[in-house]
Design a protein around this ligand. Structure first.
Ligand code: PEP
Ligand code: MN
Length: 370
């Protein structure tokens, strides 16, 4: 259950509500979201009538939640600030989520070499990406396949970020590597295979850094939001959800991209939602059309695998697009954003929706030419 408090309540009155709940033997936590204070009741109050809570001075409403992910459900219109820690403090952060223009995270599946990641980073930036993606620790289905350059790969990513100013999203596979990966990553990625790794979820929750949580390939929406809840429960609200396709009976493509997850997740939680059409389809020909659809249905961003010579990618070659195709995806995205008037509001950061980067510059020039 969530208790909505009077908007003008001062902190002393908020404490009085919490004290009263504790007197009643109820475990409760105050959460601030979008400038409003709500109290999340963690104890089981299913047998208690609502008026038991609404009669407490300062409580406006008691809302019973159908699902048990009360923190994820209480978040409204969240946007997450992302900045390149390696590139110095002078760069303005990008925002992902409510009220902001959708953004693109792009790069190769794996960090392949120092020269390669520098080259791809420069070309994805040129094509309009705002974040560089690449795996240094790779979760591979077969133990005989390339497992990533590990710590060495993280160093190369850092250099690419320094040179381009692009923040980095990269995967962390185990709790004992969270600290190491966090030294380099601006967003820590939890991959599909680790969505159920609760110790890893708790560890990135304690870190207080942006996290990109990918949906488990066989996870229901409720299981996905419970995984998000593990991270939120540790106090980390800088969380981005990623729909990356699920396993179904259909086997022509690598997975089935469940795009209805985007509006559904947004109706259940205010966390930003991005879509990964690369892993969802496993086919480069599908990436552009499904990117269009993802933006049109309200995704806050795209996670895309891009390689200068897609066929020669060390991992996931079939789904990699080249920088030229990425530029086409970005152009589509801009056209859809303009046509549907997306990203026109302002998120909970209070910042303007118009940020200075390659994508937004192209939005402006495109709108001027229309
Ligand atoms: C990735 O994005 O690098 C990745 C391994 O994706 P997933 O966990 O969705 O398979
Ligand atoms: Mn991949």
């Amino acid at each position: 259950m969530i208790l909505i408090l009077k908007p003008e309540l001062d902190s002393e009155s908020e404490d009085r509500v919490l004290d009263r709940l504790h007197e009643l033997g109820i475990n409760a936590q105050l959460v601030r979201t979008s400038g409003r204070a709500v109290i999340v009741l963690k104890s089981d109050v299913s047998e208690e009538p609502n008026h038991r809570f609404t009669q407490i001075e300062g409580v406006v409403k008691a809302v019973r939640l159908a699902a048990g992910y009360s923190l994820a459900s209480s978040i409204k219109d969240k946007s997450v600030a992302i900045s390149a820690s390696s590139a110095g403090k002078s760069l303005k952060p990008s925002f992902i989520g409510s009220g902001h223009m959708p953004l693109v995270m792009a790069g190769p599946c794996s960090v392949e070499s120092a020269e390669h990641i520098l080259e791809v980073a420069a070309s994805v930036k040129e094509a309009g990406a705002s974040v560089l993606r690449a795996g240094a620790f790779k979760p591979r289905t077969s133990p005989y396949e390339f497992q990533g350059l590990k710590e060495e790969g993280l160093e190369y990513l850092k250099e690419a970020s320094k040179r381009t100013g692009l923040p980095i999203v990269t995967e962390v596979l185990s709790p004992d590597k969270v600290e190491t990966v966090a030294e380099f990553a601006d967003i820590l990625q939890i991959g599909t295979r680790n969505m159920y790794n609760y110790e890893l979820l708790r560890e990135v929750g304690r870190l207080g850094r942006p996290v990109l949580l990918k949906r488990g390939m066989s996870a229901t929406i409720d299981e996905f939001l419970y995984a998000a809840e593990y991270i939120l429960k540790e106090g980390n609200e800088q969380l981005i959800l990623c729909e990356r396709g699920i396993r179904t009976f259909e086997n022509r493509l690598r997975n089935t991209l469940d795009l209805s997850a985007v509006p559904l997740l947004k109706s259940l939680s205010g966390l930003p939602v991005v879509v990964d059409p690369s892993h969802a389809t496993g086919s480069r020909a599908m990436v552009r059309p499904m990117s269009r659809a993802a933006i049109a249905c309200g995704a806050d961003g795209l996670l895309l695998e891009v390689h200068d010579r897609p066929d020669q990618s060390i991992s996931d070659a079939e789904q990699a697009i080249d920088p030229g195709e990425l530029a086409a995806v970005v152009k589509d995205m801009v056209a859809i954003v303009l046509a549907l008037g997306l990203g026109a509001g302002s998120g909970d950061s209070g910042e303007s929706a118009v940020e200075e980067n390659a994508l937004f510059a192209s939005v402006r020039s495109l709108s001027e030419s229309i």
